[in-house]
Design a protein around this ligand. Structure first.
Ligand code: NAP
Length: 260
């Protein structure tokens, strides 16, 4: 068991990539806390983990864009498992598209607040415990949109570029203290977020759902979407003892669409 005795907190753990990571970590012996705004979804994932993996799992409600809500989540976590998390996965995120000149202040700030400030708040809350124990793992789910630009996603892309900058700087700051900080940069993954992207293309272009899906698949040289399990497998490597030499990295899982 690669994560025995570890406590992991996964934001956005109610579905998609966060759920897959929570399941993968629990299968390797971690106790997990899954957090999101929709309480029913995280509660369901926690129950599923206890039933299928036999590991302790707890659901916590949290809006990562709200610093006070993040502080309460960490207090709840400590109360539930007796100490702060050894592993933090900053996965909670949103993605909406709009041409730049139709990007409202609200849409812009919502992306920065959830995707970037949420990662900052959770990292600040988790680090003191990790530094005190001399062991920790912070895994930020960024995106290939954090390394390159595409039309209509300025807010999302800017927030994910920010996540990668934050990852690299914090990694350097704590490199000698037993804590690693990395980002995973997926291409399009089979989740609700991608289903919404497909709906969006369909609505805006009149293309069929299959055509819209094919457009996203063709963005990868492997001509397919990434699975949540593939992202979870990378998160597990970064979280494990074997991953201790990897820090400050932004690792693509995109079938080769970006070569940097
Ligand atoms: P998803 O299916 O939409 O799930 C997103 C999760 O984040 C949900 O549990 C959601 O729950 C939670 N969340 C959203 N806003 C939150 C907030 N303010 N506070 C707390 N939790 C919040 O998306 P996904 O595809 O699994 O994406 C997960 C991460 O991967 C995101 O950061 C995304 O940007 C990144 N990513 C996804 C893809 C892709 O193609 N799907 C590609 C690259 C990167 P609530 O709404 O209930 O809070």
């Amino acid at each position: 068991m690669k994560l025995e005795e570890r406590i992991a907190l996964i934001t956005g753990g109610g579905r998609g990539i966060g759920r897959a990571i929570a399941m993968a970590f629990a299968r390797e012996g971690a106790k997990v806390i899954v957090a999101a705004r929709t309480t029913e979804q995280v509660a369901r994932v926690a129950e599923e983990i206890e039933r299928e993996c036999g590991m302790a799992a707890r659901a916590v409600s949290c809006d990562v864009a709200d610093a006070a809500s993040v502080a309460r989540m960490f207090e709840d976590g400590e109360r539930l498992f007796g100490r702060g998390p050894d592993i933090l996965v900053n996965n909670a995120g949103i993605a909406e598209s709009a041409p730049l000149l139709k990007t409202t202040d609200e849409l812009w700030h919502r992306h920065l607040n959830i995707n970037l400030s949420g990662t900052f708040y959770c990292t600040c809350a988790a680090l003191p415990h990790m530094l005190e124990r001399g062991w920790g793992r912070i895994i930020n789910i960024a995106s290939i949109a954090g390394k390159t630009g595409s039309p209509y996603i300025a807010a999302y892309s800017a927030s994910k570029h920010g996540v990668i900058g934050l990852t690299r700087s914090v990694a350097m700051e704590v490199a000698r203290r037993g804590v690693t900080v990395n980002a995973i940069c997926p291409g399009y993954v089979e989740t609700e977020m991608t289903t919404r992207a497909i709906e969006n293309i369909t609505n805006r272009t009149g293309r069929s759902e299959d055509e819209a899906r094919a457009t996203l698949e063709q963005m990868s040289p492997q001509n397919r979407l990434v699975t949540t399990e593939e992202v979870a497998a990378m998160a597990l490597l970064l979280a494990s003892e074997e991953g201790r030499g990897i820090t400050g990295q932004a690792i693509n899982i995109d079938g080769g669409s970006l070569l940097y």
